[in-house]
Design a protein around this ligand. Structure first.
Ligand code: FPP
Ligand code: MG
Ligand code: MG
Length: 376
């Protein structure tokens, strides 16, 4: 049972802005060094879900018919986008990032009865996916992951040094593309996301549970916001800033993204317990082995206080991982995690429902359901 009207195919709604995503990112990543090319494009040659850019594009479309700021000057992309890059690195035979292909081909942008997507918003969707992928390059090194997207992880295939450097390169090119949007507020939002991603990863690596003001669960949720929801929330907000929306509309976009992002990571943490590695395309049961207590364990801890010491020593003793897993299965931890994710989806729906009715808005509502029932 879907809310938000009859079933809509969100991918059809955003058309070429979405289907050209990988191709456009590969252009942004062009480098004169063939190996850097290969490594940095590695995860873009396999099937990702691309949920973040899809959300950004749908949000752009849904808010294009919402109230605009009085006097909002549309971003002057006609002037900016065709300018070639001024600098080029010596290794580069081509232009730095082949920016000429980012001409403002309006016929590429989806124009439907429900609203339009600006070229700057399409570029934002690409930047969002590049930042996400950069964080995965680094994450797979940190987590010693051996697989992702059903293939060898970038670090396993090319080694840690190249994986880290290629991740940095992705970030750098994403930053160049971001700067070219010529919108300081949008640059600030996405730059803050970069800091948040690192802060989230640090919170996870070195917890400060002695924090008197925060419970373990609050700390977990704050970390979850930092490592996952922040990117979705702030890129949603950035898409509305580019569209010249009112503050109220920007807030709606942010609230939707924040809650959907929290739900997304809660489900991710749940899937780590219940799905096979084959289905997920990446290692499972990884979190306990990494010493991480995610929502299912924290809920189980309430029913089984004996989990406390195991959590504290990060499941480091022989048999800890197995014992914790067993107790999670015996508890209501999995269900409760899903319930909390559902609660955040409700909040996301409540926010987005304030926008004028449109196919894109309804697709964003349906997406919350997909996030909840996804198996990978
Ligand atoms: C995946 O989480 C990882 C993240 C959501 C963010 C990781 C962030 C960093 C490594 C900080 C560096 C940031 C930048 C911008 C380079 P996960 O390990 O829980 O998920 P997985 O199962 O998909 O690996
Ligand atoms: Mg990981
Ligand atoms: Mg990780």
């Amino acid at each position: 049972q879907h809310r938000g009207g009859s079933h809509i195919d969100p991918i059809r709604l955003v058309g070429r802005d979405f289907s050209d995503l990988t191709k456009n990112i590969q252009i942004l990543l062009g480098s004169g060094h063939p190996m850097l090319n290969t490594v940095s494009k590695y995860y873009f040659t396999s099937e990702g879900k691309h949920i973040r850019p899809l959300i950004v594009l749908l949000m752009s479309q849904a808010t294009s018919i919402a109230p605009k700021q009085y006097n909002a000057a549309p971003t002057d992309f006609f002037q900016i986008i065709d300018k070639p890059l001024s600098s080029s690195i010596p290794l580069n035979h081509n232009k730095d990032d082949n920016t000429s292909t980012f001409s403002n081909r309006v016929e590429y942008s989806s124009i439907s009865s429900t609203g339009t997507i600006l070229p700057t918003q399409r570029r934002l969707a690409e930047i969002t996916e590049m930042i996400h992928t950069a964080s995965l390059f680094h994450d797979d090194v940190i987590d010693f992951s051996e697989t992702r997207r059903n293939k060898l992880s970038v670090n396993m295939n090319f080694g840690n040094k190249l994986a880290i450097l290629a991740g940095d390169f992705l970030l750098a090119r994403a930053s160049v593309a971001l700067a070219k949007l010529r919108n300081p507020e949008v640059i600030e939002l996405l730059a803050t996301v970069l800091a948040n991603l690192v802060e989230g990863e640090f919170m996870q690596l070195k917890n400060m549970q002695e924090h008197e003001t925060m419970s373990t669960f609050e700390y977990y949720l704050e970390k979850t916001y930092m490592k996952t929801a922040s990117l979705i929330a702030k890129s949603c907000r950035a898409s509305t800033v580019l569209g010249g929306a009112t503050i109220e509309v920007c807030d709606i976009a942010y609230t939707y993204g924040r809650n959907l992002g929290l739900a997304f990571q809660l489900i991710d943490d749940m899937l780590d317990f219940i799905v096979s590695a084959d289905e997920l395309g990446k290692p499972v049961n990884a979190d306990l082995k990494l010493g991480l207590a995610t929502a299912p364990v924290l809920y189980a801890w309430k029913d089984y206080p004996e989990l406390g010491p195991l959590i504290k020593r990060k499941f480091s003793q022989e048999g800890d991982v197995e014992k914790a897993r067993e107790l999670v299965y015996r508890s209501k931890g999995i269900e409760q995690t899903k319930l909390l994710a559902a609660l955040h989806c409700e909040k996301a729906i409540a926010a987005i429902s304030k926008l004028p009715e449109s196919d894109a808005r309804n697709a964003l509502i349906q997406l919350t359901h997909k996030v909840l029932v996804r198996k990978k």
